[in-house]
Each structure stands twice: as structure tokens, then as C-alpha cells.
Design a protein around this ligand. Sequence first.
Ligand code: NAP
Length: 261
Amino acid sequence: MNDGSRQKLRVLVLGGTSEASVLAERLAVDRRFETILSLAGRTARPKLVPVEVRSGGFGGVGGLAAYLAAHTIDVVLDATHPFAAQISGNAIQACQRASIPLIALERLPWEAVTGDRWQHHNTVEDAIAALPANPQRIFSGLGRLSLDALNAAPQHHYVIRIIDPLDEALPLPHSTLILARGPFEAEDDIILFRAHAIEAVLAKNSGGNAAVSKIDAARALGLTVHMIARPVIPDRPVVRTINDAWDRLTAHHASPAKRGV
Ligand code: NAP
């Protein structure tokens, strides 16, 4: 049968997060959808997902808008990291140009609870500038993209956890590199922080469960957390959970107008 109600919804998932992988896996086994997962190409061995995967930048708003048209995308699901503000801003503009809907999956940020020793900063650079002059042992959960910023305070010993090995040695005089892919458990991070005599934690306010272990471990050990606020992203239709994103996608499939039928 070839009536319009049977048409597949072509979904572009902007990924690089565990949520994007989960949604791509769900979409892959649902015949109502045809899915392309887009990755920035920064991770050497990204998690395998059973959908078409493309990798690398689109070339700004114009490039993304052209991609959407060329691949007859019906809806974009932006499931990128909350700190990936450039691609999220591009997606807003490109979807407007292409006149197709955008759904942004944006986890709620973490909130401090009573007793937490959080210091709030607007940027990674602000957080590094606010570190004490005296050397400390500091855990960096900032990720690979923020390593250069640590050079501004080289007196500290940084314990740095990232996914992939580095091509070059870190220019920092005192550092320990830990290669591991989350999600992590708080109990394990408590052991890790004790083993490295960690005194403070650097963290982006990513939200979600995959990276919260370091926050929970710092809470348990009474450590200072230098918490970096999220970049501001222009207004867009936001959902907070994987299930809400899924509901929005299925609603789009159910709406013939939204499938261009
Ligand atoms: P960004 O600053 O927002 O993006 C920089 C450029 O990278 C974009 O303009 C785009 O290039 C390209 N790009 C980013 N995400 C892409 C995607 N999913 N598919 C295709 N191109 C993409 O992003 P970022 O902070 O560098 O993060 C890069 C990726 O890592 C994101 O996909 C994000 O989900 C993931 N990630 C980021 C963080 C973080 O802390 N920033 C943490 C965990 C995971 P063009 O303009 O050429 O299209």
C-alpha cells in the first residue's frame, strides 16, 4: 500500500551524546522512520548504532540547510550536548530556512543541594581563573574540548578524564590522564577521588545521569565543585527526556502535514 499515511518520516539526529545513541537505536527498529545520525567526528571510536551515520561539520547554517534539502529531511532532532551551542544555533536557523520542524532534547541542569560546595562560573576560562593560587589536586571532568584552558593555571595537578587518547603529550607540568567512557558510578568516583587525593572538581553543568557521578562523589566527600553554567541557546522547542522526544517524533509521524503529505 502506498497511501500517504504509510510514508516514513526522515529524521536527522544531531548527536554526540548517550541520549542521541539511545534514540537512534529506537528509531532504527521502528519502520515509521528513516534515520541519519550526525556526529561532529571528534570521537575516534563512537558508539556503534544501527542507523546511517554521517560524520563531520556541515559547513555552517547554509551547509546544514542544504543538507536538509538534499536529503529530504522531515524533522531534525537536536540531541547534542548542552554545551554544543554552535551546532544547536545553526540547527535553529537551518530548520527555519528549510521550513521543517526542530525538536531539541535538552536535559535539565544539575542543581546544588544543601551542603554542596559549588562555585558558579559562566565559562571554563572564568573557572580556571578563579582557582586558588596555591597548587591543588583537581579533577577535570570538562572533556577534551576544554583541555587548553587548563594551561592558564599550570600550578595545579590535574587528574583529567577523557574518552580517547591524545595525539600529543599534555603541555601541563603536573597531570594524570585517565581514559574512560561513561556512564560512571558515584562509588567508583569516590574511590578515584580518594586515590588521587582530589581537592576540587571542574565540571560543566551537563545535567543527566551519564556524567553525574563526579558531582555525587564530590558531594559525598565535601569537595568544592567549580560548576560552569551552560551557554545560552536561542529559543527553540525543547523536550527534557528521551521519552518526550520519542513522543514528539511519533506525533510528527502521525501528522501528514508535517511529513509534507
Ligand atoms: P559546537 O561548538 O556546537 O559545534 C562546532 C561545530 O562542529 C559546528 O558548527 C558543526 O560544524 C560541528 N558539529 C558539532 N556537532 C555536530 C554534529 N552532531 N554533527 C555534525 N557537525 C557537528 O560543538 P562542540 O562543543 O565542539 O561539540 C562537538 C560534538 O561533541 C557535539 O556533537 C556534541 O554533542 C558533542 N559533545 C560536546 C561536549 C561539550 O562539552 N561541548 C560534550 C560531550 C559531547 P559546521 O558548522 O561545519 O556544521
